[in-house]
Design a protein around this ligand. Structure first.
Ligand SMILES: NC(=O)c1ccc[n+]([C@@H]2O[C@H](COP(=O)([O-])OP(=O)(O)OC[C@H]3O[C@@H](n4cnc5c(N)ncnc54)[C@H](O)[C@@H]3O)[C@@H](O)[C@H]2O)c1
Length: 269
């Protein structure tokens, strides 16, 4: 997926971005607005966040993604104000900062926002996407969900969970013309790396721009493969991660056992 080959979203489409006033959210909103997409930014309530949305020319809605009911209320507001929802970018997230080997309070907080925020956002967006005749959910996960991040286990668990959620949900909604994908960026230049940016600079370690990640998010919307997790890394762009799969069970006579049809996606059980 590259920006030069990416189909553009249909002009007049409506997109919601959670964590919308952060680094990726701003870059994505700027690009989508230039493509004539109506962009609603949802984020925590602050004067700064309202001002960012104002400067971008986007409507702002207050949302704490860890509040399940609030996710539904925000989607209802988007539909009421703009008539439809075509794409939900479930992008809000925090990283842990604790230096303890295991800080369970922080772990739970990160999982609440970075994983359950995605589950609640999906629950809220699906009915609206169905009403629009289909659409897309793009989850901002992380490379830390594919490779363990020893400095932040809660973040790795939450992002890994978000990727697995996308992969398992994608098959359930594809028949409704709804595509779910995950974006898995490496380190990128936004506020979330404020505490470690200098280390990257000192070690001449390449980091992504927010714009590169935003390009991958748009490509995931318009041409993403259902259930794909797109790695975004400096120098390689956005590429789908190839999951290895697991060994299949063998029958008593040594043949490979296929999963029974009734347990496959789309079957009525
Ligand atoms: N920058 C990176 O290196 C990097 C790499 C991989 C993945 N990510 C992920 O990208 C996403 C966007 O992060 P970013 O890099 O733009 O950082 P950022 O800190 O600039 O933006 C994160 C945004 O999420 C919002 N947010 C935090 N908690 C929230 C909550 N409970 N409800 C609603 N909004 C909330 C923040 O207010 C902020 O606007 C996050 O999910 C992050 O984990 C970032």
């Amino acid at each position: 997926m590259t920006s030069s080959t990416t189909p553009a979203p249909t002009p007049g489409s409506v997109a919601l971005i959670t964590g919308g006033t952060g680094g990726f959210g701003r870059a994505l909103a700027t690009k989508l607005k230039a493509l004539d997409v109506t962009v609603v930014l949802a984020d925590l309530d602050s004067e700064r966040n309202r001002q960012v949305a104002d400067e971008l020319g986007c409507p702002f809605v207050v949302l704490d993604v860890s509040d399940r009911a609030a996710n539904a209320a925000v989607v209802a507001q988007v539909e009421a104000d703009h008539g439809r929802l075509d794409a939900a970018f479930l992008n809000a997230g925090i990283a842990g900062k604790s230096r303890q080997a295991l800080d369970v309070d922080e772990f739970l907080k990160v999982v609440d926002i970075d994983l359950f925020g995605v589950v609640y956002g999906t629950e809220a967006a699906l009915p609206a996407l169905r009403r629009a005749g289909g659409g897309s959910i793009v989850v901002t996960a992380s490379l830390a969900g594919l490779a363990p991040l020893a400095t932040d286990p809660g973040y790795s668990v939450a992002k890994g969970g978000a990727i697995t959620f996308v992969r398992s949900m994608a098959a359930r909604v594809i028949d409704e013309n709804i595509t779910m994908t995950a974006i898995c960026p490496g380190f990128a230049d936004t506020a979330i790396i404020d505490g470690i940016r200098q280390t990257f600079i000192d070690n001449n370690f390449p980091i992504l721009s927010a714009e590169e990640v935003a390009d991958a998010m748009i490509a995931a919307w318009t041409s993403g493969e259902p259930g794909a997790a797109y790695i975004v890394q400096p120098g390689i762009g956005a590429v789908p991660y190839k999951f290895k799969g697991v060994p299949a069970a063998k029958t008593a006579t040594g043949e490979t056992a296929g999963v029974p049809g009734a347990l496959r996606p789309g079957s009525a059980t």
